[in-house]
Design a protein around this ligand. Structure first.
Ligand code: FES
Ligand code: FE2
Length: 327
């Protein structure tokens, strides 16, 4: 066996809320094939405006509902024989040439919701319903904040490894060229799921040198916001959701906005800084293995903490990282 395969541990796809698209790119009546969570789905918007995600393959003769399916009120009509499936429950609601609908005529349906400009679907490896939620961010759509700029990027890395990067202050110096390892702190809400992380460092900005704090909030492994504070009177917000297309192929969607008073001064730099940061991480992500039990040093406390926190988003918890004391 090749060495990389021996060293690499493939994590399963975690449970949680993940963005499957931008709200603005899904108009009423739109029907799109969707690859997510290692399966084929169909994403569509019903006549009442609900974004829905159903299993791609019709239980009848197996047509792909996203390839020619049509929205009919709150249902999706199969392109092959016209059976209709309710967007919320996945149940067959009509067969145009038959009165009686078989009990088994249904497709899988994912819980969905829309917030902060994105369409989210809930993934659970055992199909359990959502047991947590995440907030609307007040900055998005606020007239004092700029029209959000967005970008997305497909990366050949597991969503957990992408997230782990944020709890890894030491790499900021080596990968992202920061002068020092930033001072960092981590806290977890009483619910056990929401994680807060802060990095504080001196930053040279187009407005001068400031001691700025990046405050990150994570809701599960696929969704986070980062606010930058410390430049007087100015606010910057980054919001991102990373969808596992396959276990080890992800698409990250990013949305950036700043207060209007600085958008013309730092808007461009902010956007470029984020995209450059991801590009710097990319070569590491593309070639690394995932270590199930990494050897950590005493100073890697946030990494050990991250692995413990991340384990709850799987049905069978992944073991926590080796204790730094053992290193
Ligand atoms: S395959 Fe879908 S209705 Fe026949
Ligand atoms: Fe990074």
């Amino acid at each position: 066996m090749a060495r990389r395969e021996q060293e690499h541990h493939t994590l399963p796809i975690p449970n949680g809320w993940f963005a499957v698209g931008w709200s603005r790119e899904l108009q009423t009546g739109d029907v799109k094939p969707l690859r997510a969570f290692g399966q084929d789905w169909v994403l569509f918007r019903t006549r009442s405006g609900q974004a829905r995600v159903l299993d791609a393959y019709c239980p009848h003769l197996g047509a792909h509902l996203g390839e020619g399916g049509r929205v009919v009120a709150e249902s999706l009509r199969c392109p092959f024989h016209g059976w209709q499936f309710d967007g919320e429950s996945g149940r067959c609601t009509a067969i145009p040439y038959c009165e009686r609908i078989p009990d088994a005529a249904r497709v899988g349906a994912l819980p969905t919701q829309e917030k902060n400009g994105m369409v989210f679907a809930w993934h659970h490896a055992q199909d359990k319903p959502p047991d947590w939620d995440f907030p609307v961010l007040p900055e998005i759509g606020d007239p004092e904040w700029s029209e959000p700029r967005t970008f997305e990027l497909e990366v050949p890395v597991h969503v957990q490894d992408m997230h782990e990067n944020n709890n890894d202050p030491a790499h900021f110096q080596f990968v992202h060229g920061m002068l020092n390892v930033p001072e960092s702190s981590v806290s977890i809400d009483d619910d056990g799921r929401t994680m807060h992380m802060q990095h504080t460092s001196d930053q040279d900005t187009p407005l001068g040198r400031f001691r700025t704090t990046l405050s990150r909030v994570s809701w599960g492994l696929g969704l986070a916001s980062v606010r930058s504070t410390g430049i007087p009177g100015a606010g910057l917000l980054l919001y991102s959701s990373t969808l596992p297309i396959e276990a080890e192929l992800s698409v990250s969607r990013w949305l950036l906005t700043t207060t209007l008073n600085i958008v013309d001064i730092v808007g461009e730099e902010f956007m470029n800084g984020v995209t450059q940061g991801v590009m710097q991480d990319l070569p590491i992500w593309s070639h690394k293995v995932h270590r199930r039990a990494p050897v950590l040093c005493e100073a890697d406390t946030h990494l050990a903490e991250f692995r413990r926190w991340a384990a709850q988003f799987y049905c069978r918890p992944e073991p926590a990282a080796a204790n730094p004391e053992d290193a």
